[in-house]
Write a new protein. Structure first.
Length: 265
């Protein structure tokens, strides 16, 4: 069902919001708990040599970089043969993602670097920039809860899958307790003996992230955004025409990872 629409001026406000929010989200990405959340879905994918991969609603492309890191450790030969398209509607984050990939490619990957490109576009609307491409794997990391019509967006993604291709979708659970993720970050820093100095340094960023997260909570309560339960997420993928759907808990019980496959015929 379509939730309250995002009119043009509202859409621009949301773009500004995501631009600010993602600036602070790097602190969460720097936690082992969140990195494990990304890797947990990636480990369940069938990534073959030559695979074409789409990171839909990529933000700073944390999911793409987690996939690259996982392949570099587990299948470095395949890593150099794949291609990744990072897709988002916030231009600033795409520039940063491209710069980060260029650095990683030059400093770490060398000759085994995958192809990587960024594409500006909106997952709420037609994926026009991707018309000529079909993918073996699509990642939608923390995307569907924030689009105007999750089922319509997921169906459009499924159309871009090759037969037998896979989609991995992540979502927070309804009423997530994000304080668990923040505490995990603090504990990790203390355990690694980085101490209060780094934690204090990141306090202003953490406070801003907390305030922006409260805005997400308000938009969720008003019905603009929606987090999914396990049954809801499984039904969403099934309704998009995907099969062999699995959903499991992750992120210390505050998140979900769902994987579905496009029928072969």
């Amino acid at each position: 069902m379509t939730r309250p629409g995002l009119l043009t001026e509202e859409k621009e406000d949301l773009k500004d919001f995501w631009s600010r929010y993602l600036d602070y989200f790097e602190m969460i990405n720097d936690s082992r708990l969140y990195r494990d959340f990304l890797r947990a879905g990636i480990r369940s994918l069938e990534i073959r040599p030559g695979a074409k991969i789409l990171d839909a609603g990529c933000g700073f492309a944390y999911w793409s970089f987690s996939l690259i890191d996982w392949l570099s450790r587990n299948d470095p030969q395949a890593l150099g043969t794949i291609s990744i398209t990072a897709f988002d509607y916030v231009e600033k984050v795409l520039r940063t993602a491209q710069e980060k990939f260029s650095f990683i490619s030059a400093e770490r990957l060398k000759q085994r670097s995958p192809q990587f490109r960024v594409v500006l576009g909106d997952a709420n609307t037609e994926l026009k920039a991707l018309e000529d491409r079909y993918y073996d794997i699509i990642g939608a990391n923390l995307l569907l809860p924030y689009v105007k019509d999750p089922l319509a967006s997921l169906k459009k993604m499924a159309e871009k899958l090759k037969p037998g291709g896979q989609i991995v979708v992540t979502s927070l659970i309804p009423n997530p307790r994000l304080i668990i993720v923040v505490l995990a970050y603090v504990w990790e820093r203390l355990w690694n003996k980085k101490g209060w100095g780094e934690i204090k340094h990141n306090l202003p960023k953490g406070w801003q992230l907390y305030k922006e997260a409260n805005k997400i909570k308000e938009l969720t309560k008003s019905g603009v955004f929606k987090y999914f339960s396990k049954p809801e997420l499984k039904e969403l993928l099934s309704s998009a025409g995907l099969e062999r759907v699995t959903v499991r808990s992750a992120l210390a019980g505050q998140g979900l990872i769902a994987i579905g496959q496009k029928p072969e015929h």
